[in-house]
Design a protein around this ligand. Structure first.
Ligand code: FAD
Length: 485
């Protein structure tokens, strides 16, 4: 019996036969996340239903020295949930219980497989919602959100996932079930909760999450402003923030992204727009009314040629429909595309967008831009046709050059999609070897055996306990068997 067969037998006994998958065809379902050009078939998939079962799976992996990877809904865009060919994929999709909604404490306690939007739905009856809203919120899981420190359109005002998680139950990479934080804020000692959020499955597996609930605003007002030039939309964004207004969201789409959204969902954005801004304000009605007038004037001052104000929830939903469908919509105008994710200081938007256009022209590819303008989080979509020889390589080169640009302007290689398998290669561009060694110390403190999601975040890291100065491969070094398409 192979090691994996023995492990499968042990897990079937601990979990139940229907919660362990070893059939190769069935395993293929899990071979990639949202970044579908990396594919690895896992050796085994476990579908635990409880925290105790997650702990049992991890303990079995530790004893067998088998690597394991957590997976929520598999919508990640950096290959974070890419399986390990010799490892176990631990899927939380059967852990979808909302344990408690506690409006008096402004908290909800949920299992990790709960879908993001379900938290808001459960809280709505009490006048609350869960603020972090990735565009994938209808399908992504809270566990995945925690691991990626996910953002969304409304994180400009309300902050990322890390600002909304107050407590965690998790299984450590050693297989212990522990708690960090709780309902109260800011426990003494090191901020281990902060370290875990955004750790991309490398510090353990979240099995229960306590999140902050936010009171539904008294008033929400949304406008859509159309500009002839993308520079004008960038300048309007800076002017709005510079005026001291913090909208709930400022989202920008350029001409190609608008074209794609129109083709996909007929959102009826103004014809002839070189860029569109969606600006949403929320809060007390009187404050929103005053700031809305200010935002409208600032858009007009920056040459918006049309400003539409959503008259009701239906029109507001239509404004957002174009934006929220934009990633998938790009498939209407290009057979293939790379979704890039980088950050720049907001004030550099006009200049960086001009340079991205130059890079696109230089590499002979088209780039559509749809992004969270308010916090400078770019999502350039690099379009290409894989059937045209050399185009995929040029698109990849343009995509990498965009990341270099973000670093040059003092930004970051990722805003919200994480490093995962895809961007580990860019980490040395942003951090020194000493920086990376220091991060490795944190990882090794949680996971001395290097079994939790190996090969992600760090480029060919040193093994735990290895002295700095030499690099060598090992269980952590790569994702054996990865096919890159
Ligand atoms: C159309 C589309 C739009 C998107 N829009 C946004 C957006 O606006 N903002 C944004 O931030 N992201 C966005 N994303 C990316 C993605 O949806 C988020 O990263 C999301 O948080 C991933 O959740 P998931 O459940 O799919 O996680 P998965 O893809 O399954 O996993 C992601 C990472 O989390 C780890 N993980 C999963 N569950 C756990 C757990 N319980 N404990 C520890 N680690 C775990 C995995 O190992 C992996 O490293 C978008 C994706 C798509 C496809």
């Amino acid at each position: 019996m192979t090691g994996i067969e023995a492990l499968a037998q042990r897990l079937r006994a601990a979990l139940g036969a229907d919660q362990v998958i070893t059939d190769r065809q069935e395993l293929r379902t899990y071979e990639c996340d949202g970044l579908a050009h990396y594919k690895v078939i896992p050796a085994l998939v476990a579908l635990p239903r409880t925290a105790a079962q997650v702990a049992a799976v991890v303990r079995a992996c530790v004893e067998a020295k088998v690597p394991f990877v957590a997976r929520g809904s598999g919508t990640g865009l950096s290959g974070g949930a890419l399986p390990h060919a010799d490892g176990v994929l631990i899927v939380t999709a059967q852990m979808r219980r909302i344990v408690e909604v506690a409006p008096d404490d402004e908290r909800a306690v949920v299992e990790p497989g709960v879908i993001n939007l379900q938290v808001s739905k459960a809280a709505a009856a009490h006048g609350y919602y869960y603020a972090p809203d990735p565009s994938s919120q209808q399908i992504c899981s809270i566990g995945g959100n925690v691991a990626e420190n996910s953002g969304g359109a409304h994180c400009l005002k309300y902050g990322f996932t890390t600002n909304h998680v107050t407590g965690l139950q998790l299984v450590t990479p050693g297989g212990d079930l522990v708690r960090l934080g709780g309902r109260a804020l800011d426990p003494p000692g090191y901020d281990l909760l902060g370290a875990f959020v955004g750790s991309e499955g490398t510090l353990g597996i979240a099995t229960e999450v306590t999140v902050r609930l936010t009171r539904l605003p008294e008033s929400v007002r949304t406008l859509l402003a159309a500009f002839r030039e993308i520079d004008q939309a960038g300048a309007a964004t800076s002017a709005i923030i510079g005026a001291g207004v913090v909208p709930a969201a400022i989202e920008m789409m350029d001409v190609l992204a608008v074209e794609a959204a129109e083709a996909a969902v007929a959102c009826g954005y103004p014809a002839g727009a070189g860029a569109v801004l969606i600006v949403e304000l929320d809060g007390p009605a009187a404050e929103v009314a005053a700031q809305f007038a200010q935002v409208t004037a600032l858009c007009a001052d920056n040459q918006a040629f049309e400003i539409r104000v959503a008259a009701d929830d239906a029109e507001r939903a239509l404004f957002w429909k174009g934006r929220k469908s934009a990633f998938a919509a790009v498939g209407r105008i290009s057979p293939d595309y790379i979704v890039q994710d980088g950050v720049i200081p907001r004030t550099a938007l006009p200049e960086v967008l001009r340079r991205i256009a130059g890079l696109a022209a230089g590499h002979g590819v088209r780039v559509a831009n749809v992004f969270h303008a308010g916090d400078g989080n770019l999502h350039p979509l690099v379009l290409f046709d894989d059937a045209v020889p050399g185009e995929a390589e040029r698109a990849e080169a343009a995509s990498g050059a965009i990341i270099d640009l973000c670093i040059e302007y003092g930004g970051s290689i990722t805003g919200e999609h994480g490093v995962g398998a895809d961007k580990a290669k860019y980490m040395p561009k942003m951090f020194t070897a000493d920086d990376l060694d220091t991060m490795q110390l944190v990882r090794c403190a949680f996971d001395p055996d290097g079994l939790a999601n190996p090969g992600k975040i760090f480029p060919t890291p040193r093994l735990c306990g290895e002295r700095p100065g030499r690099h060598r491969g090992g269980a952590d070094a790569a994702w054996p068997g990865a096919e890159v398409f």
